[in-house]
Design a protein around this ligand. Structure first.
Ligand code: S3P
Length: 174
């Protein structure tokens, strides 16, 4: 991995497993990882739901982008990004230019099951209730961006985190 393209960016829908994969890759490669959502929670001193409510969705994405575009100027990291990062054109450009981007793909059913199981972390986009229809709607708006931005696409359906990481490693080397 050369210098101008040195980060590893993990993108995908909410529930696609970005944080877990980023952590495991971080241990394997000994490269620090960051979870942009967690950093924003720390900076803002509020949970994502609270930030969404006080700032509105649009301003949350703007804040996320400002933080992301600034952070990537620093040393090499593995990034677990927020699912909405690809909505912003400047972010998409940065994903292409400054790193290798892994897209964790998952079916609507898989996302629904994973998000249902993650009841501690209710995403603000589902504050009115989690449904397959709502997941599908978000997916339809974003799928082209996830595909456009990615260097590597991994199918994560019915796979454990360690199986997914074992699939990723040889692909990152090539
Ligand atoms: C969002 C995804 C969330 C978080 C926010 C918005 C989205 O991150 O940034 O709730 O628009 O897809 P995760 O993908 O880590 O859940």
């Amino acid at each position: 991995m050369g210098n101008s393209k040195n980060h590893i960016f993990i993108i995908g829908m909410m529930g696609s497993g970005k944080s877990s994969i980023a952590q495991l890759l971080s241990t394997k490669y000994n490269i620090p990882y960051i979870d942009t959502d967690k950093d924003l929670v720390e900076i803002m001193g509020a949970e994502i739901q609270g930030i969404f409510k006080s700032l509105t969705k649009k301003k949350f994405y703007h804040l996320e982008s400002t933080y992301f575009l600034e952070h990537i100027k620093g040393k090499q990291h593995i990034y677990a990004t927020g699912g909405g990062l690809v909505l912003n054109a400047a972010n998409r450009k940065a994903l292409k230019k400054f790193g290798t981007t892994l897209f964790l793909n998952a079916s609507i059913n898989t996302l629904f099951n994973r998000l249902s199981a993650d009841s501690k972390n209710i995403r603000p986009l589902f504050s009115n209730g989690l449904s397959k229809m709502q997941i599908k709607k978000i997916w339809e708006e974003r799928k082209k961006y996830y595909q456009q931005c990615s260097d590597i696409i991994i199918d994560t359906n019915n796979k454990s985190v360690s199986t997914i990481v074992d699939e990723i490693i040889p692909l990152l080397k090539s």
